[in-house]
Design a protein around this ligand. Structure first.
Ligand code: PLP
Length: 424
């Protein structure tokens, strides 16, 4: 079957109107216009099942976990641990012990930098990242370099925002200890060749950290197939709550790593002379976690799984193609990143970054807002990526599976209005 046939086949049963019914926030007027929510890379909207899971936890189940003998505590513990097991299946990790609840992608990456980096790196060791990383996948490594004397190396991207594998291979050497890359760029949408990146890193004995913040919402993710050592993502970007996320860590590595934070729940025994630590994953989960968040994240993952990550990717690709066609026709609009390469459209998630001759991105964002269209304008926490493309900021429209072709029409109409207002 051709890719196109597969796509249309898998789209036959994708009923976007039905899907939208599950997202209450989408059904409102903003400034007297139907809300068009195209800021999904910043955060996604929540289906009713996720909202219900949070409300059910606080309304019926609320108790602290892992420590109570009473009924409610055991119920809450059961629900939280069931969520962990569900997320393990979703990522195809080998064991529940490899699934660590964190606050989000940012905390996941900081955990690896502190715990793995702090105990394994020394002066002149090297850490490799790419030019288009989110600040969350830059600054933890800079801080680690400052603490250890390690050196940060940056893989360039081409004019389409594509990761340059040959340059990457040439940067690797026997001092490379960590390679940290985004699964997909939040600024450009480019999907990085993680499997190949991991293979080359492992050949050099380096570990691979994947920032999956923009991967999990748009792509099927299998950590064993990617063969990464760590994979971090945020609940709120995958239709779940804020304040909760996941760090997957390869068991052989996290077993040997020291705790990141100390406190309750992460110990076996404590005395003033000596403390011993809990088994995985508790060793990395000090203090009371976001219990409602973890439980509701399971509902979000169930929702995405029921829709099917492959169908989501296929549907979003049709939206992306449509959007690129429409936006390419707008006077003075320049797409930033991989946009012009039609043959590589399957290599992108639904993120479209652009600038316009007529107006600054912030003014464009403001005009679109008056039309009810929510986009992001700014550097998207990726200032080096902006610098690479010679712009201080872009407008970013980012898609989710509940967006429609009509909403892309509304975006294009808003952008034509920008040209009218600013005389472009
Ligand atoms: N990495 C990428 C690629 C992102 O898009 C984001 C958020 O925009 C992050 C990391 C940080 O995610 P969080 O703020 O949820 O920790």
């Amino acid at each position: 079957m051709t890719r196109a046939a597969e796509t249309s086949g898998s789209l036959l049963c994708f009923d976007v109107d039905r899907v939208r019914e599950d997202f209450p926030v989408l059904h409102q007027k903003i400034r007297d216009r139907d809300l068009v929510y195209l800021d999904n890379a910043a955060t996604t909207q929540k289906p009713q099942t996720v909202i219900d899971a949070i409300s059910r936890y606080y309304g019926q189940q609320n108790a602290n976990i892992h420590r109570g003998v009473h009924y409610l505590s055991q119920e809450a513990t059961f629900a939280y641990e069931r969520a962990r097991a569900r997320i393990r299946l979703f990522l195809n990790a080998a064991a529940n012990a490899e699934i660590i609840f964190v606050r989000g992608t940012t905390e996941g990456i900081n955990l690896v930098a502190h715990s793995y980096g702090g105990s394994n790196l020394k002066e002149n060791d090297e850490i490799v990242i790419s030019h288009t990383e989110h600040h969350s996948n830059i600054i933890p490594w800079q801080l680690l370099c400052a603490r250890t004397g390690a050196i940060l190396r940056v893989v360039p991207v081409d004019d389409d925002g594509q990761f340059l594998l040959e340059e990457y291979a040439a940067l690797l050497n026997d001092r490379t200890r960590i390679v940290a890359v985004a699964h997909a760029s939040n600024a450009l949408g480019t999907i990085n060749p993680v499997r190949e990146i991991a293979r080359l890193a492992h050949d050099r004995g380096a570990v691979v950290v994947v920032d999956g913040a923009q991967g999990v919402p748009h792509l099927p993710v299998d950590v064993r197939d990617l063969d990464c050592d760590f994979y971090a993502f945020s609940g709120h970007k995958v239709f779940g709550p804020t304040g909760v996320g996941i760090l997957y860590g390869r068991k052989s590595l996290i077993d040997a790593m020291p705790p990141y934070e100390g406190g309750g729940s992460m110990i076996k025994t404590v005395s003033f002379e000596e403390t011993t630590y809990a088994d995985l994953p508790a060793k990395f989960e000090a203090g009371t976690p976001h219990i409602a968040g973890g439980i509701a994240l399971e509902s979000a993952i169930d929702y995405v799984t029921a829709l099917g990550p492959e169908r989501i990717a296929a549907y979003e690709t049709t939206l992306l193609e449509y959007a690129i066609d429409l936006l390419s026709e707008i006077d003075g609009l320049r797409l930033i990143g991989a946009a012009p390469k039609r043959d590589r459209i399957g290599d992108r998630v639904g993120v479209i970054s652009f600038v316009m001759e007529a107006a600054h991105p912030h003014d464009i964002g403001t005009i679109l807002d008056t039309e009810g269209v929510a986009v992001r304008a700014g550097h998207h926490c990726a200032q080096p990526a902006m610098a690479r493309f010679g712009v201080p900021a872009t407008v970013r429209a980012s898609l989710a599976f509940y967006n429609t072709h009509e909403e892309i029409d509304a975006l294009a109409a808003g952008l034509r209005k920008v040209n009218e207002v600013f005389g472009g």
